[in-house]
Every structure is written in structure tokens, then in C-alpha cells.
Write a protein that binds this ligand. Structure first.
Ligand SMILES: Cc1cc2nc3c(=O)[nH]c(=O)nc-3n(C[C@H](O)[C@H](O)[C@H](O)COP(=O)(O)O)c2cc1C
Length: 183
């Protein structure tokens, strides 16, 4: 089973990347140690801001095609979304918009689990809701989601563990929904 994973943030100190790495570790230790994760960094997919003029003049950048193909070759997708002003980061929106010009059904019917980490108490509820609402239009099959709020209390950086029983359980339950896919 090949799982494509990324934090939808371009921050070098991304808490969503920390949550993603934690989730990958738990998936391997608790669910399927044979799962292969390919972890992408949005900084490797930086492109000019999407515009119809740029697309007409220069076409779709190679980075967008590469990302799209990586989705297509994965069995499942794990994402942790940073929330910026209630929505996705500009870094992710730009990649998403370019990919949508290849094919609007860019999630390619892959099973997905979406996570979010935020320093505030709502745990990125806005960005998670926006993704759950829009996924069907982009052929996304979101199996589960979980947002971890109050991040700096919720995650112990020294032990690399979540501190709240509810987060531990809900993250485990969310990850387990990907285990149903064939190996
Ligand atoms: C431009 C901007 C907008 C933000 N908007 C929100 C928001 O709407 N909700 C929220 O919970 N946190 C918001 N934050 C705080 C982010 O959750 C915080 O920066 C977090 O670390 C982002 O995740 P990352 O570290 O993975 O990039 C915002 C931060 C920035 C810089």
C-alpha cells in the first residue's frame, strides 16, 4: 500500500508537518508496518501564482503535473492542512488551482484522511469543513478527518506524543479507515 502524504503548509517549522510525521509513525506502528509513505514538501512545488494569462502563455508547470501524477500513483492520501483565515494556505491553493487545470477530478477517487493542527482551540475546523464540502467536486473520497486544537498543549514535543486521550483515539480511528484498502 502506497500512501501519498503531505502537510498543506510551506512553513519550515510547520506544526502540520509535525502532526503528519506523528500520524505516519502511528500508522506504521499500529496499523500497517508495510505501508510505504511518500512525503511531499510543498516548497518543492512552488510555481507562479495561477493566472489564465500565464496558463495561455506558458501552459501548466511541470511541478503541477508531477504532483498530479503522484496522486494518481498512490493508493491513498494523508494530508494535514494548515488553516489560514479559515481556509487553505495560499501555497496549497496555488498547487491545487494549477492541478485543477489538468483535470478537475484531481483527487482521482483516492481514499483520503485529512488532518489539521492549529494553535487555536478549533483545530482547523474551518479548513477541514471546506475540504469535506468540496472534495466530491474534485473526486475526493474523504474517509475521515481530525483536527488537533491548542497544538502546543496537545502535542508533547519531547515525547513526540499527543497528550489528550480524545486526540489519540480520534487520530487512530481516522487512520484506521485507510487500512481497509488492499495492500
Ligand atoms: C495568515 C495566517 C492566517 C491564519 N489563520 C488562521 C485561522 O484562520 N485559524 C487558525 O486556527 N489559525 C490561523 N492561523 C494560525 C495558524 O494555524 C498557525 O500559523 C499554524 O502554525 C499554521 O500551521 P503550520 O505551522 O503547519 O503552517 C493563521 C496564521 C497565519 C500566518
Amino acid at each position: 500500500m502506497k500512501i501519498l502524504a503531505f502537510a498543506a503548509s510551506n512553513s519550515r517549522k510547520s506544526i502540520n508537518r509535525t502532526l503528519l510525521d506523528h500520524a505516519i509513525g502511528r500508522f506504521k506502528s499500529e496499523i500497517d508496518d508495510r505501508a510505504e509513505f511518500e512525503v511531499l514538501d510543498l516548497n518543492d512545488f512552488e510555481m507562479p501564482i495561477y493566472s489564465v494569462d500565464r496558463e495561455q502563455e506558458s501552459g501548466i508547470p511541470a511541478e503541477a503535473r508531477t504532483f498530479f501524477e503522484k496522486i494518481g500513483s498512490a493508493d491513498a492520501i494523508l494530508i494535514s492542512f494548515a488553516e489560514h483565515n479559515g481556509s487553505v494556505t495560499a501555497a496549497w491553493k496555488n498547487i491545487f488551482d494549477w492541478m485543477s487545470r489538468i483535470d478537475m477530478k484531481l483527487w482521482q477517487n483516492k481514499p483520503m484522511v485529512i488532518l489539521a493542527a492549529s494553535p487555536g482551540g478549533r483545530g482547523g475546523a474551518g479548513v477541514l469543513q471546506s475540504q469535506i464540502a468540496s472534495a466530491p467536486f474534485f473526486a475526493g473520497d474523504i474517509r475521515a478527518s481530525h483536527g488537533v486544537g491548542s497544538w502546543y498543549d496537545a502535542f508533547d514535543a519531547e515525547t513526540g506524543r499527543l497528550t489528550r486521550a480524545e486526540d489519540i483515539r480520534k487520530l487512530g480511528d481516522a487512520l484506521a479507515t485507510l487500512a481497509l484498502e488492499p495492500a
